[in-house]
Design a protein around this ligand. Structure first.
Ligand code: PHE
Length: 467
């Protein structure tokens, strides 16, 4: 595992061969899954599905994963392995070799910025999960009604002090690991924690089946009603495909650069996408039966899982134990994603500004923590403040909403679009064939999707929403 552990640490200035490689295909899958599976699957997917009316949204989301996300993930991993460096320098190496414009490395810069912006609010949500460990462990949820549980959640959001405390703890956890270059055994922990989270989700689904509303939830998630789908919803579904797979910001490039030659990029990318999707769908199946059984609102927004799952924990046998475990595992999932969000900026500061790892981690982490305070305030004191509210697209969006919207729905798809265009139209076909080593029919399917379908789909959704 030690090779895997060094993967996310900044090791620029070394030749590709001296940087070490993943010890196995499994190690890569694990690290990539650690980044992909996070709050996006368990917190964000259910609530945006609820806000966007269910089935039709889920269908579009699944299509986006398969036809947009997967091809781009393969392209990112492929660029990383071909380039053999951190994202910015991998792009530089490939453009140099192919006599392409060096401006392509800006692509990686967009990613660095996106990661920074995402982590600033991601950490605030990670903080909610941290605070719920205590709430659950101390039995505060036991036997509470939906209203009382709702009040616990509003109490948390209404308290800038509590939010700040937990946001600080979450950022500190992330910085701790990033500063040590991921050598602290986190990868080993992920081997145990990810499957554990999976098992706990299954237990929650099992509980949800006993509520008597499982059928309603399945229908809500899987029976598409297109009258409920808006064009804005399509943008959200597409943006979420990028967000949940950690695409469009160079993470998969960074991880791909450690993937030994001879390991199938297609198979590993597929494994990561499938696991990520399964976790999201399980979360939906655990949450919506509770929503319907208790007459809650599926479109409740970002607080959805913090009001449904606690209700279940307060009612089920050994709920305190399961609940505490659940939030601990959620924190681990968020933690591994948070680390991958900070890593590119830290690497960039090391390479470009010559800072050492500790200093660059402190600089990046503190800046991110500061920006996070704006998200915290937008949940209470600034809840009526919409910084870009004069543009109809951003109407009513608080700082928190805005950061989420800008990153997931604009920066990540833009990054992904550029990856698709770069790999599909600028890299040589021989290089792609050589890296992917697919059967001719599979290769041409991927190549066509990446060249034509993916960029057009992303561009159309973009333009539609801008106009
Ligand atoms: N994929 C992570 C999640 O679903 C979030 C993330 C986005 C991580 C982009 C890295 C890069 O929670």
């Amino acid at each position: 595992m030690s090779n895997a552990s060094s993967a996310a640490s900044g090791v620029m200035g070394q030749t590709p061969a001296s940087r070490g490689l993943w010890s196995s295909r499994f190690a890569f899958i694990l690290a990539a899954t650690g980044s992909a599976v996070g709050l996006g699957n368990i917190w964000k997917f259910p609530y945006i599905t609820g806000e966007n009316g269910g089935g039709a949204f889920v269908l579009v989301y699944l299509l986006c994963i398969a036809a947009v996300g997967l091809p781009i993930m393969m392209a990112e991993v492929m660029i990383g392995r071909r380039g053999g460096h951190s994202p910015v320098n991998s792009m530089r190496a490939i453009t140099k070799r192919g006599k392409l414009s060096p401006s392509w490395r800006w692509l990686a810069a967009v990613g660095v910025l996106a990661g920074f912006l995402i982590l600033s609010f991601y950490s605030v949500i990670g903080g909610w999960a941290l605070s719920y460990v205590g709430t659950t462990a101390t039995g505060q949820l036991t036997g509470q009604s939906a209203d009382q549980i709702g009040a616990i959640f509003s109490g948390l959001l209404g308290s800038p002090g509590k939010l700040l405390l937990w946001h600080t703890v979450f950022m500190a956890l992330v910085m701790l690991v990033v500063a040590r270059g991921l050598r602290g055994g986190l990868e080993r922990a992920v081997t145990i924690l990810m499957p554990a989270l999976f098992v706990l989700l299954l237990i929650m689904v099992g509980y949800a089946m006993t509520t008597g509303y499982f059928g309603e939830a399945v229908a809500f998630l899987f029976q598409p009603d297109f009258s409920k789908l808006t064009t804005a919803g399509v943008l959200v579904a597409m943006g979420h495909a990028f967000f949940t797979l950690s695409l469009g910001m160079g993470i998969m490039m960074a991880y791909g650069s450690y993937l030994p030659k001879g390991i199938s990029i297609a198979k590993t990318s597929m494994a990561v996408s499938v696991m990520d999707t399964v976790v999201a769908l399980l979360a939906g199946l655990a949450i919506f039966p509770i929503v319907f059984a208790n007459g809650l609102e599926p479109g409740a927004g970002p607080g959805l899982i913090f009001q449904t799952l606690p209700l279940a924990f307060g009612q089920m046998p050994m709920g305190n134990l399961f609940g505490t475990l659940f939030f601990v595992l959620l924190i681990f999932a968020a933690w591994t994603s948070g680390i991958s969000l900070l890593e590119p900026l830290v690497e960039w500061l090391e390479e470009q500004k010559g800072m050492n790892r500790t200093v660059s981690t402190l600089a990046a982490g503190i800046a991110c923590w500061l920006l996070g305070i704006a998200s915290i305030l937008s949940l209470n004191l600034w809840s009526d403040f919409a910084p870009l509210g004069m543009f109809s697209m951003f109407e009513g969006k608080t700082v928190f909403d805005l950061l989420d919207f800008l990153t997931a729905n604009i920066l990540l798809p833009l990054g992904g679009l550029l990856v698709a265009v770069f790999a599909g139209w600028f890299m040589s076909r021989e290089a792609l064939e050589d890296e992917l080593a697919l059967a001719p029919a599979s290769f041409s399917m991927w190549y066509r999707t990446l060249r034509y379908f993916t960029p057009v789909a992303v561009a159309v959704v973009f333009i539609y929403n801008l106009v």
